[in-house]
Design a protein around this ligand. Structure first.
Ligand SMILES: *[C@@H]1O[C@H](CO)[C@@H](O)[C@H](O)[C@H]1NC(C)=O
Ligand SMILES: *[C@@H]1O[C@H](CO)[C@@H](O)[C@H](O)[C@H]1NC(C)=O
Ligand SMILES: *[C@@H]1O[C@H](CO)[C@@H](O)[C@H](O)[C@H]1NC(C)=O
Ligand SMILES: *[C@@H]1O[C@H](CO)[C@@H](O)[C@H](O)[C@H]1NC(C)=O
Length: 248
């Protein structure tokens, strides 16, 4: 979604660490293990729509994230996509990457893993470059390890879902990098099945689904018909509340 201001959302999840470390590995989705603090708490920041070379107040938001990040002693950051405007990065050595990420999020408290999904603006560039291990040699925090993946934090499982391919109108444009995605129907079918399996198998008390696009929204872009039809039924089975703005 095209938005001018980066959003910053602090989420504090504290619950008894009751989840089993031995939850069975689900279907196909890549998993990252990120245990909570020893006393069982987990503090994270989430941000989306940010990569503006510091402009559009990105730097100011980054500074405040640094302050809040230190106060909360955050464990990691989640990015909900539109990481690099306007058209993602061209390759893993594109200077835009450092200008939008490395050189902006310099606070000590933000030197943590960033778990990242792509937004539509990332898809109109080289979408694969953001996932390439070579990008992590440029900045090891940048963990867009797969298009969709799971972060297991014992008290919470985060399901990062690649929502751009759902939008039919994007498929009408030649600007999108659908390598490793097309054909759409197969991709979505596999993704939904893997997500459903992973949600079913998750034993974490908190199951948090993260994606770039809203399912239902009262703001300018409105509801996403494709997500309402395809994704929402899976989430409703887990009694998710109605969600605003991002899926988060
Ligand atoms: C940055 O934020 C200030 C308010 O703090 C606002 O006046 C200004 O328009 C913003 N700049 C941009 C480019 O959005
Ligand atoms: C990577 O992208 C940048 C920005 O478009 C370009 O200047 C550079 O030549 C590209 N490098 C390679 C190795 O393709
Ligand atoms: C995609 O393009 C076709 C053919 O031009 C058109 O009929 C259809 O409405 C478009 N779909 C969307 C979602 O924009
Ligand atoms: C958007 O979705 C919500 C929830 O399903 C629904 O109540 C609302 O009427 C929808 N809005 C539009 C404009 O279709």
């Amino acid at each position: 979604m095209a938005r001018v201001v980066a959003i910053l959302l602090a989420v504090v999840v504290a619950a008894t660490a009751s989840a089993s470390l031995l939850a069975p590995a689900a279907a196909e989705l890549t998993r990252v293990e990120h245990p909570p603090k020893t006393e069982g708490s987990l503090n994270i920041l989430a941000v989306g729509d940010w990569g503006r070379r510091g402009q559009f107040n990105q730097t100011l938001v980054a500074e405040q994230m640094g302050v809040v990040g230190e106060k909360l002693d955050i464990d990691f950051v989640i990015s909900t996509g539109d990481n690099i405007y306007d058209d993602g990065i061209a390759n893993t050595s594109d200077p835009l990457f450092k200008e939008c990420f490395t050189n902006i999020y310099t606070s000590q408290s933000l030197q943590k893993p960033w778990y990242i999904v792509l937004g539509n603006h990332d898809y109109t560039g080289n979408a694969l470059a953001q996932q390439d291990p070579a990008i992590r040699e440029v900045d090891s925090r940048y963990l867009a390890v797969a298009k969709s993946f799971i972060v297991n934090s014992e008290i919470a499982d985060f399901f990062l879902v690649d929502t751009s391919p759902f939008y039919l109108k994007y498929w009408n444009s030649s600007k999108y990098d659908w390598r490793n995605v097309a054909p759409r129907d197969t991709y979505i079918e596999t993704l939904l099945k893997d997500l459903d399996d992973a949600l079913t198998q998750s034993e974490a008390p908190w199951k948090i689904v993260v994606g770039h696009h809203p399912i239902s929204s009262g703001c300018e872009h409105g509801n996403t018909t494709e997500l309402q039809q395809l994704l929402r039924p899976i989430l409703e089975a887990f009694y998710f509340p109605r969600l605003r703005h991002h899926l988060f």
